[in-house]
Structure formats: C-alpha cells, structure tokens
Design a protein around this ligand. Structure first.
Ligand SMILES: [Fe+2]
Length: 179
C-alpha cells in the first residue's frame, strides 16, 4: 500500500485514494496498476532475460500506451536494483543526492519497494511505493531516491529521451530548463 511520510513532522497519509488525492494537488501522478496479472517468475526474478523484460512490458501495454499518449513519452525499459547489483552502495549514494530532471521521472514498481523523497513547499515528503504502484515525478520537481529495508526494487521506466532523465543536481539550473 502506498504511503506518504512528512519527514519533519512524521505525519502519515496511507492508502491508494488518499495518497493519490494528496499527490495530485502537487502535480505528482499516482496510479495503482497492480501486479496480479504477472506470473510469479516475472515478479520475483531480478536477473531477467530480454524476453522476460519484454513480457513484463507487454503485460502493461494498455496502461503504458495510455500514459505515453497522454504525456508524450516514447519508450520504456526495465531497471533493477538489488544486492546483486554491482556497486549498489555507490549507486545508492548517487541516487540519494537531491536533483531534478528536465523530463518527468516515471516508475512502475514491478517488485520490491523504495522511497521517493520530494520537496513540496520546502518540506521533504517521502513517497513510499511498492509492487503495483505507478508514480510520475514531474519535470523540475526536486527529489531523490532511496531503497528501504527490502534493499531491492524492479521497475518499468518510461521516458522521452535519455537526455531528459539526466540528473541535474544544481537547483539553480532549473531556470534554464525550458530554454
Ligand atoms: Fe530522479
């Protein structure tokens, strides 16, 4: 179940509808797609062949096509992070640095879980997502990513161009993002 935690006050918002309603106010999309349609091996396997990756993407074709049409995304792929990922600690240290992108950051969680802390009105708001959750962090929103105690996540990423999801660490560069 998705959950929002306000890091300063500890206030919590839980559940699909409440989380969706809160995030919508700040331009962050949340949708529940679920994982019931996926066979166990596609859910639990973190060492996926090209065919298995494609099978996961095909299982969500309807939702992905709708999202791509609505928001102008072009392509998608699968990303996995687990204790088997080489240099996981270095990668996590990199993901933990506050940044934004010139395109939206789109993640559908196939398995595992993680936290997207986002800065909203100067507050750090943690968005906790797990299997079956889709989140769209809009272009320009300052955020970062953390694994939780599960230490693994497998996601479908949806994007326009690789350049658009490069991390921009300096907040002041936001002013020029629409040039
Ligand atoms: Fe990001």
């Amino acid at each position: 179940m998705p959950k929002i935690v306000f890091r300063d006050t500890g206030k919590i918002i839980e559940g699909v509808e409440a989380v969706k309603e809160f995030l919508e106010k700040y331009g962050i999309t949340y949708e529940r797609w679920g994982v019931e349609r996926l066979p166990e091996n596609l859910r639990k396997n973190y060492d996926l062949s090209k065919e298995e990756q494609e099978a996961i993407i095909q299982a969500y074709k309807e939702e992905l096509d709708r999202l791509k049409k609505e928001k102008g995304y072009i392509t998608e792929d699968i990303v996995v992070l687990s204790e088997k990922t080489p240099n996981l600690d270095d990668l996590m240290a990199k993901f933990k640095r506050e940044h934004h992108h010139t395109d939206d950051e789109v993640r559908f969680v196939v398995d595992g879980s993680g936290v997207f802390p986002v800065k909203i009105d100067g507050q750090i708001v943690e968005i906790h997502v797990g299997a079956g959750d889709l989140i769209v962090v809009p272009a320009g929103a300052r955020h970062w990513f953390e694994l939780d105690e599960n230490k693994k996540i497998k996601c479908i990423r949806v994007f326009k161009t690789p350049a658009g999801w490069e991390a921009i660490y300096n907040e002041n560069e936001k002013a020029t993002m629409n040039d």
